[in-house]
Write a protein that binds this ligand. Structure first.
Ligand code: IPE
Ligand code: IPE
Ligand code: MG
Length: 246
């Protein structure tokens, strides 16, 4: 039986988030510039989107650029922004074909105008699709998201729109970029690093974590299937005892 066939289709993670890491090392290992790795990483993005739709994943969230990534050399940052514009243009037909709705989380204002315009247009064009929601985390940082959330809620308290004792987990969730999305079920990170790097801190509270040594440009649907199969072997207890679950 192939890996894909072994997957229990009734227990596919509803929301998969991926920290796509290792593009630079992949390029370096072949004596190429880091940007070459980013370019090749876009191929993995495409195959991962397709494979996720086929499996019935409803939410796929990809960490594409962090708030901290602005501190990289200007040359690399510019190349990444250009690549974003280029691959958005290239992948729009795929979104239409697969009925994928595009969504963005992060400080979109800080992106170049051209990228913003394209992202907004793509989000508008795909707003009616519901096969899968593809969220790109762009200029995203979880701490920045939480700071913004606290500021927005504090404003409401100040204007008597909400009283402090009515600030619940639900209210906080409603102020996050991810307000319309469910919590993450499975978080995957490629490249062998075992850290979160400021990604979705609130939203991964009960996510299953899966780290693999593969560098992002080498990531294939087979790796995704392996991650899902691994996820399906786990018991998600959410604080309860095993007996309560089964
Ligand atoms: C991930 O690959 C892509 C982004 C962070 C934009 P890296 O660029 O971090 O590659 P490594 O980790 O340096 O190999
Ligand atoms: C995390 O990768 C950000 C993205 C994948 C977009 P980094 O390569 O920036 O993370 P660190 O610096 O290794 O923690
Ligand atoms: Mg990295």
């Amino acid at each position: 039986m192939s890996l894909k066939e072994q997957i229990n289709i009734l227990n596919v993670p509803n929301h998969i988030a991926i920290i796509m890491d290792g593009n630079g090392r992949w390029a370096k290992s072949q004596g190429m510039m880091r940007v070459f790795g980013h370019e090749n990483g876009t191929k993995s993005v495409k195959t991962t989107i397709k494979a996720s739709v086929r499996l019935g994943v409803k939410y796929l969230t990809l960490y594409a650029f962090s708030t901290e990534n602005w501190n990289r050399p200007k040359l690399e940052v510019n190349a990444l922004m250009r690549l974003l514009v280029k691959s958005l243009k290239a992948e729009l037909p795929l979104f239409h074909k697969e009925k994928v709705r595009l969504n963005v989380i992060g400080e979109m204002e800080s992106l170049p105008d051209k990228a913003k315009r394209q992202l907004n247009a793509a989000m508008e064009e795909t707003a009616g699709y519901s096969e899968m929601t593809l969220t790109l985390a762009l200029s995203y940082g979880s701490r920045q998201e939480l700071v913004k959330t606290f500021q927005d809620i504090a404003d409401k308290v100040k204007n008597n729109l909400i009283s402090p004792h009515l600030i619940t987990e639900e209210v906080i969730k409603e102020h996050l970029y991810t307000k319309s999305m469910p919590d993450v079920d499975l978080l995957i990170r490629t490249s062998g690093e075992q850290r979160i790097s400021n990604f979705l801190l609130w939203q991964i509270a009960y996510a299953e974590l899966y780290f693999l040594p593969v560098l992002w440009p080498d990531f294939t649907p087979e790796h995704l299937y392996e991650a899902i199969l691994n996820y399906q072997q786990r018991e998600r207890r959410f604080g309860k005892t095993s007996d309560q679950i089964t």
